[in-house]
Design a binder for this molecule. Sequence first.
Ligand code: NAP
Length: 366
Amino acid sequence: MSGVVSSDERFMAAAIRLCRRNLGLTSTNPSVACLIVKDGVIVGSAVTAPGGRPHAETQALAMAGDAARGATAYVTLEPCSHHGKTPPCADALIASGVARVVVAVTDPDERVAGRGLSMLRDAGIVVETGLLESEGKAALAAYLTRQTKKHPYVTLKLAVSADGMLGRLGTGQVAITGPISRGQVHVLRAETDAILVGIGTALSDDPELTCRLPGLETRSPVRIVLDPRLELPPTSKLARTALLVPVIVVAAKDDKDDPAFAARQDALETLGVEVLICDPRRLEALLAALATRGISSLLVEGGARTAQSFLEADLVDRILLFKGAGTLGKDGVASPCVSGQMPAGFSLRDTARYGADILEEYERDE
Ligand SMILES: NC(=O)c1ccc[n+]([C@@H]2O[C@H](COP(=O)([O-])OP(=O)(O)OC[C@H]3O[C@@H](n4cnc5c(N)ncnc54)[C@H](OP(=O)(O)O)[C@@H]3O)[C@@H](O)[C@H]2O)c1
């Protein structure tokens, strides 16, 4: 194979980069990008708007106007063919007079599944699919997982010391990685619908779990705590900021006869915390419930037992291991997975260096 990149590939790569911009912002709709290209010039470009509408294609076509006639549309996901809250994008493309549509990924949504492509072909438009499909699938992983498995795409993120520890019990948050890695974690949070920790972490670290990067402060995900006995203190940072960024506490029982439980529930709810009664040990059912609320991507940030449970239940799609250079010693909390001893079924996809830290990205084998 030659190393020459075709202009089709360059435009699709640009579309895939663009679609990442609104990841985590488009509710139940996928973040899709569309470029309209005429004679080698981009005359329209758009990504699904925050909230999920308008779709990318209609915005890009509006930008292109008459220049769309005879142009090529590059779309990261098959254009929709059904009447939802907006008319089908396939119809909009046909009406615009584009001559060719190039698609990276076919939509598994049963209302679309190939029909969008057929509508375009039936209208005489040249349709090509599968260009940069694996890159497109990576960008659309959350949406595709929710559509096909009915649960969110789960990323397990762990910061691990050089001796395989996640933290030290009873000492609060321990800095394992440096500022560049921590900034990367905030970018991840901005791209994700929800972030989840166990109550052990909430109690020991009192984390805020928000995105605090300048300019991205409004992109914090919903925060979820697995808290069987409803122990999250009303004085915790999570509870105190629940009116600013939603917090869902997943508790195991709804014992109205237990006055102490009811009082804790009242105190949290007064602060704006949602108490979801759903056994946090039944992760499969919990993930299905989160998917029905439109949560397509979930970032699990620990601690050790929570990470272990997700791995044992085989519910992790991707593992991000941020490896710090320092050690924590024997009294540390051991990580359920360390470099070189990853769970079966995961392969190393990428590595990056962030200052003194190394990030290893593992993905579940197809
Ligand atoms: N380096 C990192 O990336 C990182 C990230 C987060 C936390 N940490 C560190 O990890 C330590 C806390 O870890 P941890 O293992 O003690 O606490 P954890 O995993 O945060 O929380 C465990 C608690 O969650 C409850 N829980 C509810 N549903 C669960 C489920 N499905 N699976 C597992 N637990 C569930 C457990 O209930 P039961 O009591 O009923 O079992 C237990 O009380 C702290 O030292 C913290 O600093 C490190």
